[in-house]
Write a protein that binds this ligand. Structure first.
Ligand SMILES: CC(C)(COP(=O)(O)OP(=O)(O)OC[C@H]1O[C@@H](n2cnc3c(N)ncnc32)[C@H](O)[C@@H]1OP(=O)(O)O)[C@@H](O)C(=O)NCCC(=O)NCCS
Length: 185
């Protein structure tokens, strides 16, 4: 199986989705260090040094060369040049993807996450030809559930207390969208 052709950057009305750069550190540290932002994601609250360590990994996550890899894109507001979040697309298995996102608290509630996620879904379905994209959410993450609904995802499963997450057993909700569903919306 050969790699997928991901053309970057991706520009939308208000945003640029692009590979991370080392000088994104200050912007990233602002939300990677926010307990509210990381509450439902697998990352710990990160200080600047830990954020830099993870940023160095993100610098390499710019291609989808083989299943199992994550494409990790910085979401920059065109008007200000600030990186307010990140969107992730995993090449899960043949023609299947998984979507992820996290945004700084003061950049939420503006539709940026929806705009960025739609651009990644266009990449997944229209450019890469994916058949199905899933998203996994910890129950209680209402903002994510609302966003996935707006994006056209259906809930497919609820795995009760299936994962030990940040010191407690949590319930996972699995959402998915098929290419046909994407095209019909
Ligand atoms: C999940 C997350 C990305 C959602 O962010 P968000 O800003 O609420 O999502 P959207 O970009 O779709 O914005 C929608 C909100 O902006 C409002 N909005 C304002 N201007 C808007 C515009 N121009 N266009 C669209 N929506 C707009 C909408 O009314 C909506 O508000 P509501 O949720 O109160 O109804 C965010 O909560 C987050 O980063 N959480 C922490 C990380 C996380 O848990 N990630 C998921 C792990 S699976």
């Amino acid at each position: 199986m050969s790699g997928l052709d991901v053309a970057l950057p991706i520009t939308t009305d208000r945003l640029v989705l692009r590979a991370h750069r080392l000088d994104d550190l200050g912007d990233l540290a602002r939300f990677h260090g926010d307990p509210e932002v990381v509450r439902f994601v697998p990352w710990p609250v990160r200080d600047r040094a830990a954020t830099e360590e993870t940023l160095r990994v993100k610098l390499t996550q710019t291609e989808l060369l083989a299943p199992g890899q994550w494409l990790v894109l910085a979401v920059e507001v065109r008007e200000t040049g600030r990186v307010v979040g990140e969107v992730l697309l995993k090449w899960a298995s043949e023609a299947q993807g998984e979507l992820g996102f996290a945004f700084a608290r003061d950049a939420q509630g503006r539709g940026y996450a929806e705009e960025a996620a739609r651009a990644v879904l266009r990449l997944a379905f229209d450019d890469l030809g994916f058949h199905r994209v899933s998203a996994v959410v910890v129950e209680g993450n209402e903002a994510s559930v609302r966003l996935l609904g707006r994006l056209g995802f259906r809930q497919e499963a609820r795995h009760a207390e299936a994962v030990h997450f940040k010191g407690a057993w949590v319930t996972q909700l699995v959402f998915a969208q098929l290419a046909d569903e994407w095209r019909s919306t």
